[in-house]
Write a protein that binds this ligand. Structure first.
Ligand code: ADP
Length: 478
């Protein structure tokens, strides 16, 4: 199988190993440096103590025996110190005064500084590392150069031992981090693999299936839960769409059957003018219902075009409402309903006139459709604060509280069995919602089951919808 180096598993694994390697190298270097510093500092402390001892030893001598020279005093002191430690004393001009026996040939290089403050250094002698301290001190009443030096081979041996043991341990650590990285990346991504396998099995027919939710309490659990919620929403939407398509096909085929049968029956023999008129009006009613349904479908399809351009123009909304009210009056009278329209004289807003007409027509159509026979429907349009408020109130069947949040969803119908005869498609309010959002209006529903519903659309009053010329033209036309 071809290895995919961009896979998250391999990337995680490589990152883990790289991180472990980098940490190991950094830790090794730091430990080595730190140990080196600690050893050097401890050596400096020792040399400092020795310098004090030498100076005190020489300077406190006169009380015992004032006749001894500085060199003799130092010789006596040297008897008690380790053979690897060298004491050398010179005059300020470099003339030797004393050197630990056996080391007079070795002259510690004096730094290019006065060394009134202590000068620490590191040098080599016969392949051995030597740590040095040069300092101008006062001994026996005059200033001299004191050079202390000592072999520090054992420090390097310690450092080497530490480095060797680290290098031996490193491959083991590397192996451990490889294994750790492999196990970790596998374990971290195992739920993702399971979710991917399960997700690849989910098709449009299998929307009941859900992704396995890992009980880890981390982001993966949240991801799986979110995907499952998405699947639930998809399942509901697809079920609604399937039901709608079924209903739509059924409605259309019933309508066409009715039209064909009516036409066939009318044409089967010679008939009177009244009979033909009755057949044609039956066909016309069916055509009207079908055309309304097709218009709704077209509007929904139009709303789906994401960057649909809406033509905003000044609209006399009061005029529009008045006109639609008149159109629907006949329908309301058929159901013996009382339709009253209470409209402010002139209400201009900016919008797309055909969409605004459709929005109001749907609200009014629903009010008539869902109001009882002999019920009342009231339309009011008034200015309130900075907005125009359109209210469509009916004394109809109302909407249950649990259905209210869903009525603006596409294809949603509260009770699918009701109002089949009146061409219910579950599309109307979704179109209303789209128009409201496209115009940046807001819509609100208040409904009491059994008593009726109030749909309120609030439209912000744009300050100068009309230019002065336009206003003048309207005024003179009146
Ligand atoms: P429909 O074509 O079914 O009327 P809508 O999207 O216009 O589709 O409405 C969705 C559902 O909301 C309807 O099926 C109906 O149950 C409910 N509804 C809408 N308006 C009213 C109303 N004025 N009174 C009672 N129920 C309503």
């Amino acid at each position: 199988m071809k290895t995919n180096f961009r896979s998250l598993r391999i990337r995680l694994f490589l990152m883990y190993v790289l991180f472990a390697l980098a940490s190991m190298i950094c830790l090794g270097c730091f430990s080595y440096w730190y140990l080196n510093q600690a050893l050097a500092s401890s050596r400096q402390q020792t040399m400092l103590a020795r310098e004090k001892r030498v100076v005190e030893y020489v300077n406190s001598w006169p009380e015992k025996d004032a006749s001894l020279t500085m060199a003799e005093k130092l010789r006596q002191l040297s008897v008690g110190i380790a053979s690897t430690d060298i004491i050398q004393v010179y005059e300020l001009d470099g003339t030797p005064i004393y050197s630990t026996p056996g080391n007079s040939a070795f002259k510690l290089p004096w730094p290019n500084r006065s060394c009134n403050e202590r000068c620490y250094g590191l040098t080599q002698r016969d392949g051995h590392a030597i740590r040095t301290l040069n300092h101008v001190v006062e001994m026996d009443g005059h200033k001299v150069r004191l050079s202390l030096s000592g072999n520090i081979d054992e420090h390097f041996q310690i450092l080497q031992a530490v480095r060797n043991s680290y290098l031996m341990f490193c491959p083991l650590l590397l192996l451990a981090s490889l294994a750790g990285g492999y196990i970790l990346s596998n374990r971290a991504l195992e739920p993702v693999s399971r979710m991917t396998t399960e997700a690849s099995r989910i098709g449009i027919q299998d929307l009941k299936r859900r992704l396995p939710v890992p009980n880890t309490g981390d982001e993966l659990e949240v991801l799986a839960l979110s995907w499952n919620e998405l699947l639930s929403r998809l399942e509901t939407a697809v079920a609604r769409l399937t039901r709608f398509t079924g209903d739509l096909s059924h409605d259309l085929s019933t309508t066409i059957t009715i039209m064909l049968t009516t036409a066939g029956l009318a044409l089967s023999k010679r008939r009177s003018a009244d009979e033909y008129r009755s057949a044609l009006s039956k066909i016309s009613v069916e055509c009207e219902a079908t055309s309304r349904l097709l218009e709704d479908l077209l509007a929904v399809a139009r709303a789906d075009i994401v960057h649909q351009k809406i033509e905003f123009k000044p609209v006399d909304f009061a005029d529009l409402v008045r006109e639609v009210c008149q159109q629907f009056d006949a329908r309301a009278r058929v159901k013996k309903q009382n339709l009253s329209c209470d409209i402010d004289a002139e209400t201009w807003i900016s919008g797309d006139v055909s969409l605004l007409r459709r929005m109001f027509a749907i609200l009014l159509d629903n009010a008539i459709k869902y109001a009882r026979e002999s019920g009342a429907i009231r339309v009011s349009l008034a200015k309130s604060g900075g907005a125009i408020i359109l209210k469509v109130t009916d004394s109809g069947i109302g909407i249950a509280a649990e259905a209210l949040p869903k009525i603006f969803d596409r294809f949603y119908r509260v009770d699918e069995s009701r109002n089949q005869d009146e061409g219910s498609s579950g599309l109307g309010l979704s179109i209303v919602k789209w128009v409201v959002e496209a115009h940046q209006f807001s819509i609100d529903v208040h409904s009491v089951p059994g008593q009726g519903s109030v749909f309120t659309v609030s439209m912000p009053l744009t300050k100068d919808v009309l230019g002065d010329d336009h206003r003048y033209a309207i005024a003179s036309a009146r």
